[in-house]
Design a protein around this ligand. Sequence first.
Ligand code: SAH
Ligand code: SF4
Length: 335
Amino acid sequence: MSMGEPSFRGCQMAQWLYRKSVRDTAGMTDLPVGFRQRLMQEFGLRNLTETLQQVAGDGTLKLAFRLRDGEVIETVFIPHEDRGTVCVSSQAGCVVGCVFCATGHSGYRRNLTPGEIVEQVLCCQPLARVTHVVFMGMGEPLLNYEAVLRAVRLLNHETGIGMRNLTLSTVGIVPNIRRLAAEKLQLTLAVSLHAPDDELRQRLIPTQHRYSVKEIVHCCRDYAAQTSRRVTFEYVLLAGLNDSASRARQLAQLLRGVLCNVNLIPYNPIDASDDYQPPDATSIRRFQSLLEEAGITVTQRRERGLDIDAACGQLRRRLNSTGARIGLMIARGVR
Ligand code: SAH
Ligand code: SF4
C-alpha cells in the first residue's frame, strides 16, 4: 500500500490492528486525522459485521458475521481459562459437500480474502488472549490456498500466534498438501479421512473421488517426513456407517507406520430429522481401543458448544432458514 505516507505508518497500523484489536481508524490515535479518514474511505478496515451470537453452557461462543457483499460466515471462539482458540471459516459455503456437514449442504458461495479470515480472529481478541487458531469453520482451506496461506503468515507474524498453534484442516486435496509441505511451515495439518476405503469415503464425500484414500495417506506420510510434524487424521464417527470393529482394524492397517494421530469426532447432528446419528459410547470406546491396540495415538474431540450448533455451518443454516430468531446473547464476559 502506498498512500504517500512514511513507511513507519504501516507499523503503527499493524500495532493497532493486530496487537490492540482496533478495527476502526478513528481509534488509531497516533495516526494523523486526514490519513485515518483516507484509510477508512479507501480500504475500509471492517469487512465483518457481527449479526448473531450464541453462547453455549460451556462458554463456547458462536458468531455469525455478514460480509460486505451480504454473505454470512461463522466463527467459533472456544475459551480455556484465560486464553482461547478461534475456529475460522476460509470460504463462504463449501464446494465439497460432505453428506454429514451443514456447510456442505448449503453449497459454495465464494472464497474469503486474507483480511476476512484474519478479522475473525481480531474480533475475538477482546474476549481473551487468542493462542490457537484452527481452520475448521466453513469451507475447504486448501481450495483457497493463497488467501489461507497469507492469513496463516499474517496471524503468525502480526498477532504472534505460534505456527504450531495454527491448525489447518483439509478434506485431502493432495496436490495442495504437497504444496503446503514444500512451504516447510511448522503449522499443524489435520486431514479429514472419515473412512479407511474408497467406496465408503465416496459415499460420505461424494465429490472427492479424485484422490484415493491410499494417495491421501501416502502424501501425508511424505508431509510428516518433510516437516517432521505429526499429521492428525480426523474421523467423524457415524453410527452403523463407519464405526464398526472391522473399519477400525482397516484404519489401523492403513495408517501403520505413519507419524500421525487419529482424532475421533462423534457426529454432531444437524437437525432433528437427521439421516445420521453418532454412535453410542460403547461403540466409540471399542473403535478407540482397537486403534490404540494397534499403536495409534487417539484423541477424542471434546463436544463443545453442542447446544448452540457449534459444528461447521450449522448456525448459518438456521440463520438462512429461519430469519435468525435464535437465542441472541451478549458475549462480553464469556470465559
Ligand atoms: N473443510 C475442512 C475444514 C472444515 S470442516 C475439512 O473438511 O476438514 C472441519 C471438521 O468438522 C471436519 O473434520 C469435518 O468433517 C467436521 N464436521 C463437519 N460437519 C460435522 C458434523 N455435523 N459433526 C461432526 N463433525 C463435523
Ligand atoms: Fe466442506 Fe469440510 Fe464441510 Fe466437507 S466437512 S463440506 S470439506 S467444510
